[in-house]
Design a protein around this ligand. Structure first.
Ligand SMILES: NC(=O)c1ccc[n+]([C@@H]2O[C@H](COP(=O)([O-])OP(=O)(O)OC[C@H]3O[C@@H](n4cnc5c(N)ncnc54)[C@H](OP(=O)(O)O)[C@@H]3O)[C@@H](O)[C@H]2O)c1
Length: 302
């Protein structure tokens, strides 16, 4: 099958189109003929070698976890899904390929495009995990630092669905877009504490940092306690007494079904910022690494 892999850690140029043997579904798994793959920052962090101590890999490796496609093999012990079903979910490994094996997935609603579906898994799962860890509930005021990326937009929409008010930081060019989603936007960077106080004089109940770019002291000041702050990407979390969550501690897979259900009702979606062909994965990585994608970058397959 066609795939894109890297044989050495390095820049986007190490990603190369290759022909590799097809994977097959084992017990508890399905295989899909992949239609679209989502690109996540984790993909290029792994490719760069930055994660090699935390996540040692044997090279060559095919990156990618967010996949949408048509089920063409059903492994032993899997029920509720059959050949021909359209699903999206987490590839066990090797998402940038014509075929991928999934263990955790949800039915793709017919009204959802392949590209939209491939953008959901990591963003929706992380959003639900973060909202549950923070205990975000009805009438809460949630601040999301870095709200216009994949995880930020998913978190904001799911939080609003729980009845919370959302304040989010983003570049000014994204503010009108965010207002249309019901998010109160402000800029990130110096003066954040004052800007958030202007929007919400009584403070905020919880804060999620998606950006990992040094905002944790401000978020602790804004919420009044490190217990109400969570980060998904700041390596300095411990220094500020802030909890850092990662998928390694257990994933909230129900986020996939929740996102699909709300999508069907017109209450949730992640914009597809740009689509590429599979063999343009290097270009997609370069753009993702730039750090200012609104929504998701998607590779089309098949
Ligand atoms: N721990 C976990 O479980 C987990 C799970 C998923 C992702 N992550 C990590 O979380 C991070 C975000 O993931 P993602 O998929 O949402 O990324 P993404 O879609 O690439 O989003 C990046 C966003 O960051 C914003 N941004 C850039 N500089 C910023 C700054 N200084 N302050 C605040 N926001 C800033 C950008 O907003 P503007 O364009 O408006 O400037 C952009 O929308 C990545 O590092 C990823 O690896 C962790």
């Amino acid at each position: 099958m066609r795939a894109v892999q890297f044989a050495d850690y390095g820049g986007p140029e190490v990603l190369r189109p290759v022909e590799v043997p097809e994977p097959h579904a084992g017990p508890g798994q399905v295989r899909v003929a992949v239609r679209a793959v989502g690109v996540n920052p984790m993909d290029w962090k792994i490719r760069s070698g930055a994660m090699r101590e935390m996540m040692p890999l044997s090279l060559p490796t095919i990156p990618g976890s967010d996949v949408a496609g048509v089920v063409d093999e059903v492994g032993a012990g899997v029920s509720g899904v059959g050949v021909g079903d359209e699903v999206f979910g987490f590839a066990t490994a090797a998402g940038y390929a014509e075929y991928a094996v999934l263990e955790h997935f949800a039915a793709k609603p017919p009204v959802m495009s392949w590209e939209e579906a491939a953008g959901l898994p990591v963003a929706a799962e992380t959003a639900v995990r973060a909202l549950d860890l923070l205990g975000v509930g009805e009438d809460d005021i949630l601040l999301v630092n870095g709200v216009s990326g994949g995880v930020g937009l998913a978190t904001a929409q799911l939080a609003r669905h729980r009845g919370a008010t959302v304040i989010g930081t983003a570049s000014p060019a994204n503010h009108d877009f965010l207002r249309a989603l019901g998010v109160n936007p402000t800029s990130y960077g110096p003066g954040l504490v004052e800007r958030v106080r202007d929007i919400s004089p009584d403070g905020v109940d919880e804060a999620l940092d998606t950006a990992g770019k040094g905002a944790l002291p401000d978020l602790v000041e804004i919420t009044g306690t490190s217990d109400k702050v969570l980060t998904i990407s700041d390596p300095d979390a411990q220094r500020y007494g802030v909890r850092m969550t990662s998928g390694a501690e257990g994933r909230s897979y129900q986020g996939l079904d929740e996102a699909a259900r709300l999508f069907e009702r017109g209450e949730f979606s992640l914009p597809v910022a740009r689509t590429f062909e599979l063999d343009q994965a290097a270009e997609a990585h370069e753009i993702s690494q730039g750090g200012h994608v609104r929504g998701k970058l998607i590779l089309r397959v098949g």
